[in-house]
Design a protein around this ligand. Structure first.
Ligand code: ADP
Length: 455
């Protein structure tokens, strides 16, 4: 009696050690081993042990055939595993990115959706086989024409499309999707397939809409703020001018002589009134710039003439503190095209600050040069200086290094914020370099011609 035992081995890599893939079966002392090799790859062995009679040619062929079939089935298993893995990774990628893909066999009207497309449309993938008609029904009625028009253009005019539209889910909720698609044609020019992607962009679109609405609200709020300030300014300046005017008349003794205390108080009323008027003027200017209502009136002028005119304005202030102002222009004929009034206001604020924050007997220099279509101006002083921390805040409205400085030096904390806006309106930049106790240098650059800016 033949006692044959068949066994399998699942160690396909053993051939590596023995040097190469076995080409055929081996019979050794009634022991038969047949390698399962498919396309030069070893998937395992089928082995038989026959203790008595050995093997006939027919038996050998049968075993060899079985080993071949075993190899083929192992290869298929591996391929199926690889396919399953790549499908799982694709489906994962689609789930994470909320992008699904679809394929429409136009000839047989068969539509394939990836799992993610089913999810986007609020359906269970296994529950239903989607049809083209069901897909069209799921599109928001108001967007259906838009989608159909693009589908037709893709099929009849070979125009791939990329559109956003809304879809309706079975539970009645709405989503926004981004779809891209293109058509494949056969040799006769007939559209045979259409393939595309669907991306759920609901969250992104809602955020965009919310941002857009917030921007509209902010713009409206800013506009009403600007209008409010303009109205308030008018309401405040009228009585304030009366306060200043009448206190001046009292100071002049028009209605009789005042005693010392009365003079002091009337002086206070007058200077506080003037300070308040400065604040209101600056706030109005700032809000005008912010509301885009401040316009530039460009003209050509010599920088040296603007500096001279401003020097005259600050001369008495400088004289009182015995501060010498020197001018250091690289070229006396520098000509710019800018808003001269605003240019002078920038210079005036920088110069008056330099004088204000410099001790008696100090010095102030105003200089300028042209390079690369920009005019660069600086105002340097030997004053109290500004700490690095405060330098970053100087150009914020109402900022003053020392809040008690209003009492000591006067001012509103608005001038630098305002002139920064003026410089920016010209397409320029303003900056500061300073060291506490040594002095400060404020500089700004604006284009020599306004044609190179958007204004
Ligand atoms: P203010 O009307 O108070 O001068 P600014 O906006 O012009 O308002 O200046 C804001 C603050 O910046 C000032 O209060 C002062 O603390 C500081 N500052 C401006 N220029 C100088 C300077 N040249 N030296 C030192 N500190 C300065």
């Amino acid at each position: 009696m033949n006692t044959k035992k068949a066994f399998y081995t699942n160690s396909p890599r053993t051939h590596k050690k023995s040097g190469g893939i076995p080409k055929g079966h081996i019979v050794l002392n009634n022991f038969l081993s047949a390698p399962a090799v498919v396309r030069d790859e070893l998937f395992g062995y089928i082995a038989l042990a026959n203790s008595e009679t050995g093997y006939t040619e027919r038996e050998l062929n049968v075993i060899k055939r079985i080993a071949d079939l075993y190899g083929i089935s192992m290869e298929r298993k591996q391929m199926e595993e690889a396919l399953r893995k790549s499908e799982a990774s694709l489906s994962n990628a689609q789930r994470i990115s909320h992008v699904g893909n679809w394929d429409w066999d136009i000839v047989n009207n068969e539509l394939y959706w990836s799992d993610e497309v089913y999810h986007i449309f609020g359906l269970e993938p296994q529950e239903s086989r989607i049809t083209y008609e069901a897909y069209i029904r799921a599109i928001h009625p108001d967007d259906r024409m838009l989608v159909l028009e693009h589908v037709n253009k893709a099929i009849y005019e070979n125009k791939p499309y990329s559109i956003d539209h809304r879809i309706l889910l079975p539970d009645g909720s709405e989503r926004i999707v981004h779809e891209q698609a293109e058509v494949t044609f056969n040799e006769t020019g007939q559209a045979i397939r259409m393939a595309g992607t669907v991306q759920d962009i609901t969250v992104r679109k809602k955020a965009e809409n919310a941002m857009f609405n917030a921007k509209l609200v902010a713009e409206a709020a800013n506009k009403s703020k600007a209008e409010f300030i303009a109205n308030m300014t008018h309401e405040l300046t009228t009585p304030l001018n009366a306060v200043i005017g009448f206190s001046e008349m009292l100071m002049l003794g028009t209605f009789g002589t005042l005693n010392d205390k009365q003079t002091r108080y009337v002086n206070n009323i007058n200077s506080s009134g003037k300070h308040l008027l400065d604040v209101i003027d600056d706030i109005l200017d700032l809000s005008k710039v912010e509301a885009g209502k401040m316009e530039l009136h460009p003209e050509e002028f010599e920088v040296s003439s603007a500096i001279e005119e401003v020097n005259i304005l600050v001369a008495s202030m400088a004289e009182k503190k015995r501060i010498e102002i020197t001018t250091d222009l690289a070229d006396n004929n520098i000509v710019v095209e800018a808003d001269k009034t605003k240019f002078k206001q920038i210079l005036y604020n920088l110069l008056s600050n330099a004088i204000k924050f410099t001790d008696q007997g100090g010095f102030v220099t105003i200089g300028g040069k042209i390079s690369e279509d920009f005019v660069h101006i600086y105002v340097k002083d030997s004053g109290i200086g500004i700490s690095p921390e405060d330098q970053g805040k100087l150009f914020n409205p109402f900022f003053q290094v020392d809040s008690s400085s209003t009492r000591e030096y006067g001012g509103t904390g608005l001038a630098l914020a305002l002139i920064k806006k003026f410089v920016e309106m010209h397409g320029g930049k303003i900056w500061v370099e300073s060291e506490v106790g040594k002095g400060s240098t404020f500089g700004f650059s604006i284009p020599t011609s306004l044609k190179s800016t958007s204004h």
